[in-house]
Design a protein around this ligand. Sequence first.
Ligand SMILES: Nc1nc2c(ncn2[C@@H]2O[C@H](COP(=O)(O)OP(=O)(O)O)[C@@H](O)[C@H]2O)c(=O)[nH]1
Ligand SMILES: [Mg+2]
Ligand SMILES: [Zn+2]
Length: 286
Amino acid sequence: MKEGFIIRANAGLYDVFNGNDIVSTRARGKFRIGKYSPSVGDFVLYDEKQNYLMDIKQRTNELMRPSIVNVENVYVIASLDNPRIQLSLMYRYILISEIIHVKPKIILTKYDLCNDDYASVVKEKLNKLGYEVFIYSSKTSYGLEEIKKELKDKKVVFFGQSGVGKSSLINLLIPGSKQKTNEISQALGRGKHTTRVVEYLRYNEGWICDTPGFSSIEFDIDPVDVASFYPGLDKLYDKCKYNDCTHDHESKCAVKDAVKNGLLDKELYEDYLLLLNDIKLNKKVF
Ligand SMILES: Nc1nc2c(ncn2[C@@H]2O[C@H](COP(=O)(O)OP(=O)(O)O)[C@@H](O)[C@H]2O)c(=O)[nH]1
Ligand SMILES: [Mg+2]
Ligand SMILES: [Zn+2]
């Protein structure tokens, strides 16, 4: 038996990287191990003669749609302009990452389209919440070297709205990969989703997995998870009187106190309440 992880899943075939080669494996019938059916990111055992999947190892985390498991590093990508970063959306992507217990890092693209002051205001805001921020432009290559160094030996997943430059970045990092990029519809200020296949691509000693953006996806998130993992609120959560506090109607709430005392960004809190409300009403949140 050989071991590896699934880098791509397509029509019942699973490409497994075993440390040296990529092997196309198959699942026999409706292959399942307990509740798992094979997914990108799974660590698996396969038999070397027929390349059948034999076992799936315990997962550390799972994203459902798109389906990726054992996520190790998340980079949330947003553009400084065209489309201009929406912090409320950024917080939602950070939240999804925190819920699966991965502290994300942030890449701000299209630096060539914005002024320095704006870029540093956004960076400061996100740094203050505890997230590392990289600023870059695919047009001028500003910041590219730093990103190359950062990503060269990790297994990473990109999150982010379409049109922010994820595919363009992958094309710069992996010249042969020929990811489709899309022109942004100026009228709508947002791009179409062109990324369809979820797969890990080789980059140096590491791997990069693009995701198609979550914009049409309904998320099954528990309001208490939002209350405890939302960026900026996570550190205050323990200090609320009630251990299932949603920082909304409850009394003796550390989050509401922090907003009142100017220690927590009011806009962030308002974005949080909007999300919480959407989730309680079970609405689409991306
Ligand atoms: N000005 C500028 N445009 C960029 C930059 N990065 C990507 N773009 C453009 O943004 C559009 C969307 O890029 P794409 O890589 O397809 O975004 P994705 O949907 O996130 O994969 C394309 O027209 C790119 O040429 C950048 O750093 N600066
Ligand atoms: Mg793309
Ligand atoms: Zn609270």
